[in-house]
Ligand binder design. Structure first.
Ligand code: ADP
Ligand code: MG
Length: 399
């Protein structure tokens, strides 16, 4: 896999680079115009962008934001991202009015050495995510016409077979950006003989998304700590009533089998913070997992669980954490995520945080990002990598 540094060594001055980045930041839509609530991904894209600019490249940046339905939707415009990117780079970053149309072409052609152009949200084009190779190919042809070479730095999207991630890379000389290279370096350390004990912490909201990861990781880890919304399907598999908590009933049998296979390697919460409503002001109580009231929902792990998880993390030498322990967006249900985040930060060894919401939680709860070995920008991508799956956006760079 050639890297952007190889490209710079070849000489990139005056050449147009199609740079796919991950600028999929959370937006607060409650204000009059959308406000970026966490700019971590924009900042993570800077090293590659700066290096290309300094080398005199003409950079055409492509990114997605949210899930527009394959058609232009002002709610998902990259305009706020262009503004923030410009501030961080200290230069104006114009935004093309389209993704790969006339305006994109005109603005790409007008670029001077070291200039940066942002194309409008790639997901405004239905073809971007199409299952049809020919549809994606037609869009990828238009992307390829905008530049001389392709650099992929969108680690958060490498598990997607999308036009701007996969197909365009087949049409231009392609290189991995610095963020992708750094992510791979860290994930390789997790998958090849990690220092032991190796502890994985999983939380977040959907079990079905993460069961495959659990399955793949179980033989490799010493402990798998399960919190967040997904723990209730496991607790139900143990025979506990979980009230109104998140429950994926069709996954209970799978969870039961995983628990049986895992022996003491899967560690579940011993207590949870419950509330009658999904709300910050409905009141909350801590109960043992055996005592979750029928009319309440578990929205965080409890303080004894934080101690149990903390003890496992305290002796770990390698840790991967994905998924908040509770609904950290609401103040009464932050403590579990905060406690685990602190324990992960204190690990004597390699600690990796993966996942958009997990990374946002670290920053939002005011924890020191520097205390972690690595904060991955890609949730799904890092999980699929750890599962050992083929990631189209990466394999295309090595073909
Ligand atoms: P990541 O983006 O880090 O991979 P996920 O997207 O899987 O994480 O999950 C994050 C979401 O999970 C958060 O919005 C959080 O509110 C939610 N969550 C965590 N615990 C619970 C719970 N007990 N009940 C409902 N939602 C939860
Ligand atoms: Mg998420």
């Amino acid at each position: 896999m050639r890297s952007v540094d190889d490209l710079i060594a070849e000489g990139v001055s005056g050449r147009r680079v199609f740079l796919r980045t991950d600028l999929n930041v959370p937006l607060d839509h409650t204000t009059r115009s959308p406000v970026i609530s966490d700019d971590g991904r924009i900042r993570a894209s800077l090293p590659t962008l700066q290096a290309l600019r300094e080398a005199g490249a003409r950079v055409v940046v492509s990114a997605h934001l949210g899930r527009p339905k394959g058609t232009p939707d002002p709610q998902f415009s990259l305009a706020p991202v262009a503004a923030r990117l410009g501030e961080l780079l200290g230069t104006a970053v114009p935004l093309a009015a389209d993704t790969a149309g006339d305006d994109a072409r005109a603005k790409a052609e007008a670029l001077g050495d070291g200039d940066v152009l942002l194309l409008e949200n790639v997901r405004f084009e239905a073809a971007e995510t199409s299952k049809d190779d020919a549809e994606r190919g037609e869009l990828a042809d238009r992307f390829a016409a905008l530049a001389d070479v392709y650099v992929d730095d969108a680690f958060g999207a490498v598990h997607r077979k999308h036009a701007s991630v996969f197909d365009v890379a087949q049409r231009l000389p392609c290189y991995a950006g610095r963020l992708v290279a750094r992510e791979l370096e860290v994930l390789t350390r997790l998958t090849t003989e990690p220092d032991r004990p190796y502890v994985v912490v999983l939380g977040g909201s959907k079990v079905s998304d993460k069961l495959a990861v659990i399955e793949a990781l179980l033989p490799k880890v010493d402990r798998l700590l399960v919190g967040g919304g997904m723990c209730f399907t496991f607790l139900a598999a143990q025979g506990h009533g979980v009230g109104k908590s998140l429950l994926e009933a069709d996954q209970v049998d799978t969870c039961r089998r995983l628990l049986a296979e895992a022996g003491d390697r899967i560690v579940l919460p011993v207590d949870v913070v419950c509330s009658p409503e999904f709300s910050a002001d409905a009141g909350s109580t801590v109960v043992a997992v055996a005592d979750i009231p029928d009319d309440q929902m578990g929205l965080d792990v409890g303080p004894r669980t934080v101690e149990v998880f903390g003890a496992e993390l305290g002796s770990a030498r390698t840790v991967f954490w994905n998924g908040p322990m509770g609904v950290f967006e609401l103040a009464p249900f932050q403590a579990g995520t905060r406690g685990v985040a602190q324990a992960v930060a204190a690990v004597d060894g390699l600690s990796v945080v993966g996942g958009g919401d997990s990374a946002a939680a670290v920053r939002q709860l005011g924890l020191d990002e520097e205390a972690y070995g690595h904060i991955s920008t890609g949730g799904g991508a890092s999980l699929e990598y750890l599962e050992g799956r083929d990631l189209p956006g990466l394999s295309v760079l090595t073909d």
